[in-house]
Ligand binder design. Structure first.
Ligand SMILES: [Ca+2]
Length: 160
């Protein structure tokens, strides 16, 4: 049976936990722009990839799924190269691996929408080669394609 005293101790412990989580929240919000809404794992991944910065020109600016099928959540975030200014996608896998995917190859044909295509969903049923969650990358008036992990690299299925 839980006594009022025990509940008081739990409440006290929770209060002591507040300052550190509060400090993390405040710290994240002091960073300009979209970093305030970023999952911790994604923030760490971006810090390890200093040549790019997260870009919020498309909503949502990141997607999560299990892109490599290992059962651990992965993230894909829109990024902009600090040098070339090209818009790419940084994949942050749950196992710590990072892959920078060049989206358009040039600044002329940049994607302007994207969405998750979950494994087992109707959208992926026509692509038997896609075994895990994938991303549909769209370029207005040009089509786009399906971006998926082959097991060794990212594959691309163009769409009109
Ligand atoms: Ca994964």
């Amino acid at each position: 049976m839980i006594s009022k005293f025990s509940l008081g101790l739990v409440a006290l412990a929770l209060c002591f936990a507040c300052p550190s989580s509060y400090a993390q929240t405040v710290s994240a919000r002091t960073t300009p722009g979209i970093k305030a809404d970023m999952p911790y794992e994604l923030d760490v991944c971006l810090e390890d990839e200093p040549t790019v910065e997260a870009d919020g020109r498309i909503n949502p600016f990141y997607l999560s799924g299990d892109f490599d099928g290992d059962g651990i959540t992965d993230f894909a975030v829109q990024v902009k190269s600090k040098t070339s200014k090209a818009y790419d996608v940084l994949f942050c896998f749950g196992n710590g691996k990072r892959i920078l995917w060049p989206a358009g190859g040039s600044n002329d044909a940049q994607y302007d929408c994207w969405w998750l295509m979950p494994k087992g969903g109707k959208l992926l049923s026509v692509y038997p080669q896609v075994k895990h969650d994938a991303i549909n990358v769209g370029i207005t008036d040009e089509g786009g394609g399906v971006l998926y992990w082959t097991g060794k690299k990212f594959g691309w299925i163009p769409q009109d």
